[in-house]
Design a protein around this ligand. Structure first.
Ligand code: GAL
Length: 424
């Protein structure tokens, strides 16, 4: 009898504990989480709204603090000033090295408990888990994997003129000349520094190959930047720009995607968020546009992983922040969000046949053990904000000043690249 009482008492205590924990979560979830991010294009907006609606079903309210600006140039600055003013958001789109920078100063809430409960070590791709792990702590909730080495083309134009999606630079040149002969711009283009850097790193990967790319971007060996393969990529960058446009043009990436869809341009090199954007406007990756990898980068995945970090704040939101991390990484939100965003889920347990053809190739390449997965510098996966900006500035100067020889650009790049550990 005594034993029974003891068991009943323990059950009661457990139940009360559970009710109390749920009560605390319910109280916490009544207050929305302030989320700072840079997703403002049509597809980015839809994808963020999709996350918000999954979260709402779990009782977590998303208060939007979107800062426009492709590649997050403005958002990163606003975040800095909010933190300095003592008003950090509860959640921020911190990615790659910016994440570890903020974790270093103790601003990021560790998510080890959620990661353990949700078995992230078994569910997520190792590259992704590694990226969000810093000094033994899991410091962000990963959302999706973008592929940077993506070449989009307008299927209707290609079909009309019997063009074949290029697999090599020779084929690319042939297609480009044919498009030009028909009065269509070969390649949609923008001179925004981060977009130039995005195109350049895909060329570099193609010309240098994954091992040298890693020496350049990950180990950041200054001397490796003087390699002739870097020179080739720089020459190719200039050649591509000349094919694309004569006049300087700085425009947001979504405008280039618009030009591609409107048959004003035949091809576009951009991270696959551009695919998400085309789909947000109703275009289909089977009927209207297609994607192949940038020539020379087959079996390689140049990635940028979007992540949300939970920031430490005096408002004590840990319970609801953990709930957010749990919901956004769970399979239903992962599938729905990534379909809209153009990226692919960060998880293993996805049926690739449910993905569109571009996403399927991206996900399968990322998942395959023998593929080379290499981090994007232009999107903060390989080096900090200062190095990324300095590299983008050199490339911008090189492209806008025709007198600068590739050798000079190489020397400047070697000078701005600092090896890990020598960053501060
Ligand atoms: C990247 C980000 C993507 C997309 C893109 C364009 O840095 O990972 O999610 O937003 O910028 O703004």
């Amino acid at each position: 009898m005594k034993g029974l009482h003891r068991i009943a008492a323990r059950c009661c205590a457990l139940l009360l504990g559970l009710v109390a924990a749920q009560g605390a979560l319910a109280q916490a979830t009544a207050v929305p989480l302030d989320v700072l991010h840079w997703w403002t294009s049509a597809s980015e907006r839809k994808a963020a709204d999709q996350l918000a609606s999954h979260l709402a079903q779990a009782g977590v309210q998303w208060k939007d603090a979107a800062i426009p600006g492709g590649g997050g140039m403005a958002a990163v600055k606003v975040l800095k000033s909010r933190v300095l003013m003592g008003d950090p958001p509860d959640v921020a789109q911190l990615i790659g090295t910016t994440l570890t920078d903020w974790a270093d100063v103790g601003l990021v809430l560790p998510l080890n408990a959620v990661a353990q409960r949700q078995r992230w070590s078994q569910q997520l791709f190792p590259t992704v888990l590694e990226l969000v792990t810093y000094k033994g702590d899991v410091v962000a909730a990963p959302l999706g994997v973008h592929r940077i080495n993506t070449l989009l083309y307008n299927r209707k134009l290609f079909a009309r003129w019997g063009l074949v999606p290029p697999r090599s630079w020779a084929e690319f040149e042939l297609v480009a000349r044919q498009l030009q002969a028909k009065g269509v711009r070969a390649l949609a283009w923008s001179d925004e520094a981060w977009q130039i850097a995005t195109v350049f790193e895909t060329l570099l990967l193609g010309d240098a190959g994954a091992p040298l790319y890693r020496e350049l971007m990950v180990q950041r060996k200054g001397s490796a930047w003087l390699d002739p393969r870097v020179e080739r990529a720089l020459q190719r960058l200039r050649w591509l720009r000349a094919l694309a446009t004569e006049a300087p043009v700085e425009r947001v990436w979504a405008d280039s995607a618009r030009e591609l869809l409107a048959e004003g341009a035949g091809m576009m090199i951009m991270g696959d968020w551009a695919k998400g954007e085309l789909m947000a406007w109703g275009a289909s990756p089977v009927r209207d546009f297609g994607c192949v990898v940038v020539p020379g980068t087959e079996h390689t995945h140049l990635y940028s992983v979007d992540t949300l970090a939970m920031l430490v704040s005096p408002r004590a939101r840990e319970a609801v922040q953990e709930k957010m991390a749990e919901v956004v990484t769970a399979l239903p939100a992962q599938l729905a969000y990534n379909r809209l965003k153009g990226s692919v889920p960060v998880r293993h347990d996805v049926d690739p046949s449910s993905l569109d053809p571009c996403a399927r190739d991206s996900w399968e390449t990322f998942a395959r053990s023998r593929s080379a997965r290499v981090p994007s510098l232009a999107h903060r996966m390989a080096a900090d904000e200062a190095i990324k900006d300095a590299v983008a500035q050199v490339l911008w100067r090189y492209l806008t000043d025709a007198r600068m020889e590739p050798g000079e650009a190489q020397r400047r790049l070697a000078a701005v690249i600092r090896a890990p550990g020598a960053e501060r």
